[in-house]
Design a protein around this ligand. Structure first.
Ligand code: SF4
Length: 455
């Protein structure tokens, strides 16, 4: 998961890109960057770290230009290194290109070997560089044609924003795995991973990009092209965006994230007959689901975990050791509230199980008498090949353990998940077929071509 942003304006965009980066910091905390076209060339700055650490006021002054792109990253393909930071920027046949990418290709290694045979030397390990070189290979002045030829070859998940000398271009892959929205503010066009970025910049959300859409802004006008008519029936938007990643205030592919989470909590409580004193959310993404659970069950909603807001999301830290340390620093139980209480602990998902195990231990140490863990998604049993950090199936607790075994490992008194059909009912009738849920049911919309990564 990454966050991407592009702005086409008639005034300087670096400050807007900077504030937009802040608005999407939740989508990646390892590195960030922006690239701006000043009318002659593309200037950029990117580095490891949070937006506030990487960019200072003088950096923005040194990045003038009326169109630009920006990116926050956490590593899926390629690892957490400076050389994988985005935007990627290059020059070819006297033309400048800049690119930001959210997603993962399933055939990046295959294409990389092919490009290396042609003498191309790679400077990063990310699949984004493969996209840039494929595009550069076909780009002789017509960006739409070059993109169609590139999209013919690259497989998997990609939302892109591209900067050329004349255009700002946004692309969503034929399945629309990753979100990408179009917004407008006066004469300015904004492309962003989530609508909150557009709204925070004072823009109005126009719509989601369609699967396979190539949207080009040139000379102040937007034109839209289709990679293929088939894309209309291929939509597979990632349900995990709604379960975990996106901000509560986002609406992706017409499904509001907050409403989805509240509804998931309500549905989960409907079949639950466990006796407890209160409902406790795991902050932040567990809050909306816990509200739903509390509303439907009539049990009081209580804040019993205090979050340190200055620590990044634990799920997206690159190593297990960092993840474990992250959980300890991040969530502190309120022992005064928990003493002798039986609690329903509501979380959005269990991926590796390590966070839940540590949380349950710290809640018990703080005095909770019973902990009933309720998860508002099904067990994650399969790796995601499309941009979520679960490359190796053996690391997923639900892939190797039954629910009873998971309960024992985590140390809770009972454990329940929302089943797939019930989760999908929360997206609204008729929408369920437009979502990828492969990490829950193993039905991959696009087959992985590269060998699975070892972790
Ligand atoms: Fe999202 Fe899961 Fe599909 Fe990956 S496999 S795109 S996480 S729903």
């Amino acid at each position: 998961m990454c966050g991407i942003l592009g702005i086409y304006s008639n005034k300087n965009v670096s400050k807007e890109l900077y504030y937009g980066l802040y608005a999407m910091q939740h989508r990646g905390q390892e590195s960030c960057g922006m690239a701006v076209h000043d009318g002659k060339e593309i200037n950029y700055k990117k580095d490891m770290g949070l937006v506030g650490d990487v960019f200072k006021t003088h950096d923005l002054e040194e990045l003038p230009g009326t169109k630009g792109i920006a990116h926050v990253r956490y590593s899926t393909a390629g690892g957490s290194h400076m050389y994988n930071c985005q935007p990627l920027v290059g020059t070819l046949r006297k033309r400048n290109l800049g690119l930001v990418h959210n997603g993962n290709l399933v055939n990046a290694n295959y294409l990389k070997e092919m490009l290396e045979e042609d003498g191309i030397m790679f400077s990063s390990k990310s699949d984004t560089e493969v996209i840039l070189y494929m595009l550069a290979r076909y780009y002789t002045g017509d960006i739409v044609e070059a993109l169609k030829l590139t999209m013919d070859q690259i497989k998997g998940a990609y939302s892109l924003v591209i900067l050329t000398d004349d255009e700002l271009v946004a692309v969503r892959d034929p399945h629309g795995f990753r979100p990408l929205l179009l917004g407008k503010k006066d004469d300015e066009y904004i492309f962003a991973s989530e609508d909150c970025e557009i709204e925070i910049l004072g823009g109005k959300v126009i719509r989601d990009l369609e699967p396979g859409e190539i949207a080009v802004v040139k000379d102040g006008e937007l034109k839209s092209y289709n990679f293929s008519n088939k894309c209309k029936t291929m939509k597979k938007s990632c349900i995990f965006e709604h379960v975990y990643f996106a901000r509560n205030d986002a609406t992706i592919d017409k499904v509001n994230v907050y409403e989805f989470r509240v509804k998931s909590g309500e549905i989960l409580s409907q079949d639950d007959d466990v006796k407890a004193d209160m409902v406790v959310p795991v902050p932040d993404s567990g809050w909306a689901a816990a509200i739903g659970y509390s509303n439907a069950s009539g049990l009081p909603l209580t804040e019993a975990l205090v979050k340190n807001r200055y620590v990044g999301r634990t799920f997206i830290k690159p190593t297990q050791e960092e993840r474990e340390l992250g959980v300890k620093i991040k969530l502190n139980p309120l022992s005064r509230v928990l003493q002798g209480k039986s609690i329903i602990l509501v979380d959005d998902s269990i991926v590796r199980g390590t966070t839940s195990k540590q949380l349950v231990k710290s809640l018990r140490d703080a005095g909770a008498s019973e902990i009933h863990l309720r998860i508002t998604s099904p067990p994650v049993k399969y790796s995601c090949y499309y941009g979520i950090d679960t490359p190796n199936r053996s690391k997923l607790i639900a892939a190797t353990k039954s629910i009873e075994e998971m309960k024992e490992y985590i140390g809770c008194d009972s454990l329940k998940f929302l089943d797939i059909d019930k989760m999908m009912s929360a997206v609204g009738e008729g929408n369920e077929f437009k979502f990828c849920k492969a990490c829950f049911d193993g039905n991959y919309p696009v087959k992985k071509i590269d060998k699975e990564d070892e972790e």
